[in-house]
Design a protein around this ligand. Structure first.
Ligand code: NCD
Ligand code: ZN
Length: 344
């Protein structure tokens, strides 16, 4: 197959950042995605309906002319989030709340430190038909960084899913066989997003032959057996797994540093790279479900009606993106050849 036409896809997890950066990130995503779930980990975080609405209007202002791209807004849970905050978010059209364990990842310092006290908030989310999006890693420093996702499942995920049985939960950017197996075996109403980098790479791609800071993201890349397990679940076509790029830009100087930031900026190439992966897996017939159907269905939103076409045609991801003001971003897969292109 040299060409594939699918329903316009959505990105169910990404980071647009704010201010001038929106002029780069919003068009890069709107070029091929109909909607995107926008993560709330700004500094300070988007914790309320009011902040989410203000952020949404800044995103819409950065939309390319004529684009009908729609951001799906989320709020950031903290120890102080109340049931009233959830109600207000629902009324403002916010569809989901994101839970970061405090200190788990970039800009998560205000995240949740006592999960137990948040159960009334989880109940409120479920009652209002909102989703709980989880960064599933423990933050205990003695736990090996490669084991933090599995530990989170055992310590917390099982409880959250079982104690609030009517809550829809998305286990975000899963990286392990343990997470894939957990989601496959969980009750209805539990799903996961998977990034392009976790399908394409394993920890050797970050560490072998030299440190590759642009492949460093959280949860960190795991060993190849986990990568293979993720590839197997997307190939299976299970509707519990859908597209979430976790596109997460950081400037070049903040990635190439003695304490480099986590995050891969994949918006320029993510859809094409997912297509490449499904092609390698001989599963192009499963791409549309993963990219365009299962996420919308899980969120209870209509599927997009437009189509996009990808063709087998090589192109090279730029090695650098220059931002207004002189900063640079090295995008994910910079300087490398992608075998599928979005047909204009
Ligand atoms: C994200 C970011 O930079 O905001 N980084 C990342 O490595 N994925 C945060 C996150 O999703 O963990
Ligand atoms: Zn993320």
């Amino acid at each position: 197959m040299n060409e594939i036409t699918i329903t316009k896809p959505d990105d169910w997890h990404l980071h647009f950042r704010d201010q001038d950066m929106l002029l780069e990130t919003v068009p890069a995503t709107a070029r091929c995605f109909g909607r995107a779930v926008v993560m709330p980990n700004l500094v300070p975080p988007v914790t309320t309906a009011e902040l989410a609405l203000e952020y949404k209007s800044r995103i819409l202002a950065a939309r390319p002319e004529g684009s009908d791209f729609e951001p799906v807004m989320t709020i950031y849970l903290t120890d102080k989030t109340s049931v009233e905050d959830i109600k207000a978010a629902k009324q403002a059209g916010v569809l989901a709340a994101k839970m970061y364990p405090a200190g788990a990842t970039t800009n998560s310092d205000s995240g949740v430190s006592s999960l137990e006290s948040l159960y009334p908030v989880f109940e409120a989310l479920a009652d209002h038909g909102m989703l709980l999006l989880i960064h599933g890693e423990v933050t205990q420093k003695h736990v090996d960084i490669f084991d933090r996702e599995k530990e989170f499942i055992d310590q917390h995920m099982v409880n959250i899913v079982n104690k609030v049985p009517h809550l829809k939960v998305v286990f975000e950017h899963i990286t392990t066989k343990d997470a894939a197996d957990f989601v496959l075996g969980a009750r209805e109403g539990v799903a996961a997003t998977i990034t392009p980098q976790h399908l394409m790479l394993n920890r050797n791609d970050m560490l072998d032959g030299g440190m590759r800071p642009h492949n460093y993201c959280l949860p960190v890349l795991k060993r190849s057996t986990h990568q293979e397990a993720l590839r197997a679940v997307v190939k299976s076509g299970s509707p519990r797994f859908f597209l979430g790029t976790d596109s997460a830009p950081h400037t070049k100087d903040r990635k190439e540093s003695d304490c480099g930031c986590a995050g891969c900026y994949s918006a320029w190439s993510a859809l094409e790279l997912y297509t490449q992966v499904f092609d390698e897996l001989d599963a192009l017939d499963k791409l549309e479900g993963f990219a365009s159907h299962y996420g919308a269905d899980f969120y209870g939103l209509p599927r997009n009606t437009e189509k996009v076409t990808l063709e087998r045609k090589e192109w090279v991801v730029p090695s650098n993106i220059e931002l207004k003001g002189g900063h640079n971003i090295v995008p994910f897969y910079a300087g490398k050849t992608v075998s599928w292109s979005l047909k204009k």
